[in-house]
Design a protein around this ligand. Structure first.
Ligand SMILES: *Cc1c(COP(=O)(O)O)cnc(C)c1O
Length: 387
């Protein structure tokens, strides 16, 4: 008999099921669906990165098992990139770990630190992996609501002291998916103080630091004094270099946490393909004009979408970073209803805010992952719906 483990039975209901079903139905009928739903870059990986993969794939030395903790050359590249980009010093031998995409590292982290019954502090709305991986490890999540009133930052002062004392981990993510919010020095300093006061470990998901606009340069959590005492930061090549399919990321920061995460990984996976790590070196050390070009394209799409939405009475804040627009919807709709309406009436896929957690109710997330022309087409179609 096939009987799933309790951890699978405890997964939250898959809120996108209805949308997936509708979308498949419309596409089967030949409807031209515009997908603003998924956070996956539509542009190709830059050529010099593909060429390096090609070269490295031909070298038989790369056909064997990679080193568990990652190739020293790639980890060195990550450390040099942190130095150049953020002025952060890292020892690549103990403070950097190669990941098979940052999702892999985030999902494995609770296995290293959470015992059954332990607590993690998790933002809501959020990338679902923080809460689910905590549950998989037998832990529980205390949800920290992100609200517009608090600029979509968790209000640490609102967390009861006994909860903070019980918690072992706090997850944060800026620039933020799904809200597009950003965080600055004062917030990160507060997080570090809070972590020190209550003996917490910090996990900062920094996948979007390079996807920023209008000249804005997001910080690394590791830039702040004391950050390395309490936490690690996850980074990814996925969004920066259009490499979501390649599966390459890194964790960096506190050596004890890096070591423990590495210990979990060495018992589960056998590391990232060396040829992919060589390609990652080419990405991090090569010409960065591809990053500026990516920023220019998303900024242009962002402005087209925000202008179009404004014309039809939807007023979303202008995100300084990420390729998401977090759009408040008319009060008479639930976010799932609104998403269904957009799909049914206009063939546009968006993500209901409530799918990222209850405090996301009242919003939809639109991803800037189609061309400007398609965005304009989407807004034209939305203008024809009376909502
Ligand atoms: C896209 C994304 C990642 C990156 O995932 P990879 O596994 O590195 O591709 C991590 N966190 C968030 C919040 C994301 O949206």
């Amino acid at each position: 008999m096939i009987e799933r483990a309790d951890r699978l039975k405890r997964l939250p209901p898959y809120l996108f099921q209805e949308i997936d079903r509708l979308k498949a139905g419309l596409m089967a009928k030949g409807v031209d669906v515009i997908n603003l739903g998924v956070g996956d870059p539509d542009l190709p990986t830059p050529k010099h990165i593909i060429e390096e993969l090609n070269r490295a794939a031909h070298d038989p030395a790369n056909h064997q098992y990679p080193s568990y903790s990652g190739m020293n050359e790639f980890k060195g590249s990550v450390a040099r990139w942190y130095r150049r980009r953020f002025g952060v010093d890292l020892d690549e031998r103990g403070e950097v770990l190669t990941l098979i995409g940052s999702k892999e590292g985030i999902a494995h982290l609770p296995l290293a630190f959470i015992n059954p019954g332990d607590l993690a502090l998790v933002p809501s709305p959020a990338y679902p992996v923080y809460q689910i991986s905590t549950m998989f490890a037998g832990g529980e999540s205390y949800l920290m609501p992100l609200s517009r009133e608090n600029r979509f930052l968790p209000d640490l002062d609102a967390i009861p002291a006994d909860v903070a004392r019980r918690a072992k981990l706090i997850f944060i993510n800026y620039p933020n998916n799904p809200t597009g919010a950003t965080a600055e020095r004062d917030f990160y300093l507060k997080v570090i103080d809070f972590a020190k006061e209550y003996g917490l470990m910090v996990c900062h998901d920094a996948a979007y630091t390079e996807m920023a606009f209008d000249g804005y340069r997001p910080m690394s959590f590791l830039e702040l004094p004391g950050a390395k005492d309490v936490g690690i930061e996850f980074h990814s090549l996925s969004k920066t270099y259009n490499m979501t399919g390649w599966r390459l990321g890194s964790a960096a920061g506190n050596a004890g946490m890096i070591n423990a995460l590495g210990q979990i990984k060495s018992n589960i996976d056998s590391g990232a393909f060396n040829a992919v790590q060589f390609a990652g070196i080419a990405a991090l050390e090569g010409d960065q004009s591809c990053v500026a070009e990516m920023q220019r394209i998303y900024q242009d799409r962002r402005d087209a979408l925000l202008n179009g939405l404004r014309k039809i009475g939807l007023h979303a804040a202008t995100p300084k970073a990420t390729f998401y627009v977090w759009c408040p919807i008319p009060a008479k709709y639930k976010s799932q209803e609104f998403t269904t309406l957009l799909l049914r009436e206009a063939g546009i896929v968006t993500t209901p805010g409530s799918g990222f957690g209850e405090p996301g109710e009242g919003y939809v997330r639109l991803a800037l992952t189609v061309s400007r022309e398609r965005i304009e087409e989407a807004v034209d179609r939305m203008a024809k719906i009376a909502f």
